[in-house]
Design a protein around this ligand. Structure first.
Ligand code: 6PG
Length: 251
C-alpha cells in the first residue's frame, strides 16, 4: 500500500503554529473520544513543542474541551537522563503541561531512565507500551496521535542520520547510540510511528528550511534525512510549519 500524502500547513510564525497545533489536537482528541474510551498521545521533545504544551496546559479554551482523564501520554524519544534533568523531555512536558492538567498519574508513561541503563530502559518502555495499548507480542501498537519534530540535520525523534535505529524493523523502542552526542537516546522506531492514526510534525525556523525542502520534495534518502522514514500507509500526516521553515517549499 502506498504511503498517504502528507498535508502541509504553513502558519505565520511559531506562536501561530503552536495555537494551530493545539486546535488540531484538541479536535482530534474530542473526535476520537466520541467512539473510544481513551486517547493515546506520543509527545516529542526539543524546544519547538514548548509553546504548544504551554497552551494546552494553561489556555482555558483548550483545557476545558478535553476529558483529560481519558488521555494517555507517551514519549517518542527520551534522553538517558534523570526525570529532573534539564535535558529531559519528560521534565519539559511535565512542567509546561502535565503538571497543569487533571491527568491521572497512571496516564503518564515516561521512559524509566532512572531505573535502567539505556538498553534496559528501551526494553522496559516497549513492554509498557504493549501493556498500555494491550497489544500482543509481535503486534505493532497503534497510537492515536504522534507529535514529531525535525532537526536541521533531518532527524526526527532520536532517529539520527547514519544511526542504527534507522534500520530497525523488529523492535518498537531501541537505545540508539548517537555519536555526535556521544550518548544513547531511547527512541520509538519508524515501525511504531508509521502505524499511528495521526502524525503531526511541528517545524519552525529558517535554519530548517533547506532540510525541510529536501525531506518533503527531494528524493528518498532516509539515511541522510530520517524524517523521510515517516511514511504511514494508513495514518494521516500533517506538517505544521512556520513561514521561515517553509521558505524553500514554494507553497
Ligand atoms: C528531542 C526531540 C527531537 C526534536 C528535534 C527538533 O528529543 O530532541 O524529540 O527529535 O523534535 O531535535 O528539536 P527542536 O524542536 O528543539 O528544534
Amino acid at each position: 500500500m502506498a504511503p498517504t500524502d502528507p498535508e502541509i500547513q504553513v502558519v505565520a510564525d511559531s506562536k501561530g503554529m503552536s495555537r494551530t497545533a493545539a486546535q488540531v489536537i484538541v479536535r482530534e482528541i474530542a473526535q476520537t473520544l466520541r467512539t473510544k474510551e481513551s486517547f493515546t498521545m506520543v509527545l516529542s521533545g526539543g524546544s519547538t513543542p514548548r509553546g504548544l504544551y504551554t497552551l494546552l496546559g494553561t489556555d482555558a479554551s483548550f483545557r476545558k474541551e478535553i476529558e483529560w482523564s481519558k488521555v494517555h501520554f507517551f514519549w517518542g524519544d527520551e534522553r538517558h537522563v534523570p526525570f529532573n534533568h534539564p535535558d529531559s523531555n519528560y521534565r519539559m512536558a511535565h512542567e509546561m503541561m502535565l503538571s497543569r492538567l487533571p491527568v491521572p498519574p497512571g496516564n503518564v508513561h515516561p521512559v524509566k531512565t532512572e531505573q535502567f541503563d539505556a538498553r534496559g530502559a528501551a526494553e522496559a518502555y516497549e513492554r509498557e507500551i504493549c501493556t498500555s495499548l494491550q497489544v500482543a507480542s509481535r503486534q505493532i501498537p497503534r497510537f492515536d496521535c504522534v507529535l514529531l519534530g525535525m532537526g536541521p540535520d533531518g532527524h526526527t525523534a532520536s532517529l539520527f542520520p547514519g544511526t542504527k535505529a534507522i534500520h530497525e524493523q523488529e523492535r518498537l523502542v531501541v537505545a540508539n547510540w548517537v555519536e555526535k552526542f556521544k550518548t544513547y537516546r531511547i527512541t520509538m522506531t519508524a515501525t511504531v510511528f508509521n502505524n499511528a492514526y495521526f502524525i503531526i510534525f511541528l517545524v519552525s525556523g529558517g535554519e530548517k528550511a533547506e532540510t525541510l525542502q529536501r525531506v518533503l520534495l527531494g528524493r528518498q534518502e532516509p539515511d541522510r534525512f530520517p524524517a523521510q522514514l515517516i511514511r504511514p500507509t494508513q495514518g494521516k500526516v500533517l506538517w505544521l510549519v512556520d513561514r521561515a521553515a517553509a521558505s524553500r517549499l514554494n507553497l
